[in-house]
Design a protein around this ligand. Structure first.
Ligand code: ATP
Length: 239
């Protein structure tokens, strides 16, 4: 697939794996500026492996990744971060560091001139974090930790936030809250790529990719996915 010139991120023909085990087979995916793309797939489908290969935490064996028109396939993850792509893993925060320190770590990749001013903006988005800023992240509730994970990722001022299962470990109420926050960030022009099993995230997605056994089984709009009987049966019974 030739890279789409209007895309913010393109992944073309990605193969990746661990040792002798190949997990991803020719995966193609793209994210346009300001767009929210959902990557659906069951446990073990390869979602985390794919996200890690995008952000530079796993080496790509075949294929290419471009970010804002630049080939980043062989760049380090911090170089990709400086170019505007930040990764939020399932764990997302350092539990022993304070809230303030976590946000500073997030801003580090940019060498931000004024990390306190950036932290202040983020506390505006997440007031609960300001109240607790000197407390260790481990003292936060699951939902608050996820907020901190998002704040830490935003500290690097990304154009694209790549998230691995932001709903993991959260009660339905907090999942709703995370979706609300992400929809607010969309309104500010942030592009999102979200790997999930929770189809509640379809509400904020523009397009969906479905990964099965390390291969893209479907890509299209949310409406196209819901029109597909087999996919509807396979995915709409999930949490
Ligand atoms: P989950 O939702 O359970 O995280 P996933 O879709 O993110 O699933 P991956 O975590 O990418 O899937 O796993 C894909 C395959 O790669 C699985 O078979 C998994 O056991 C294997 N795998 C993942 N991480 C490693 C690793 N560090 N070393 C070896 N195999 C791994």
């Amino acid at each position: 697939m030739p890279p789409d010139a209007s895309a913010l991120l393109t992944a073309s023909g990605i193969d990746a794996g661990y040792g002798t085990m190949q997990v991803l087979w020719g995966v193609d995916l793209d994210v346009r500026p300001g767009e929210t793309v959902l990557l659906l797939g069951a446990n073990g489908a390869g979602k985390t492996t794919f996200l890690k290969s995008l952000v530079g935490l796993i080496e790509v064996r075949q294929g290419a990744i471009t970010l804002a028109g630049r080939d980043v396939t062989r760049l380090t993850s911090s170089a990709r971060m400086r170019l505007g792509m930040t990764y939020m893993s399932e764990l997302a925060v350092f539990p022993d560091l304070s809230i303030e320190e976590n946000i500073r770590v997030g801003a580090q990749a940019l060498g931000h001139a004024n990390p306190d001013a950036r932290a202040d903006e983020l506390y505006g988005l997440f007031p609960v974090l300001r109240e607790k800023r000197r407390a260790p992240a481990s003292s936060l509730s699951g939902g608050q930790r996820k907020m901190l994970g998002i704040a830490k990722a935003l500290a690097a001022e990304p154009k694209l936030l790549v998230m691995d299962e932001p709903s993991a470990g959260l009660s339905p109420l907090f999942v709703k809250e995370v979706i609300r926050i992400l929809s607010d960030l969309q309104g500010r022009g942030l592009a999102l790529l979200i790997a999930e099993q929770n189809i509640g995230f379809l509400d904020i997605a523009t397009r969906v990719f479905v990964l099965e056994g390390g291969r893209i089984r479907f890509s299209g709009t949310v409406a196209e996915m819901t029109d597909n009987d087999a996919l509807r049966r396979a995915y709409f019974g999930l949490k």
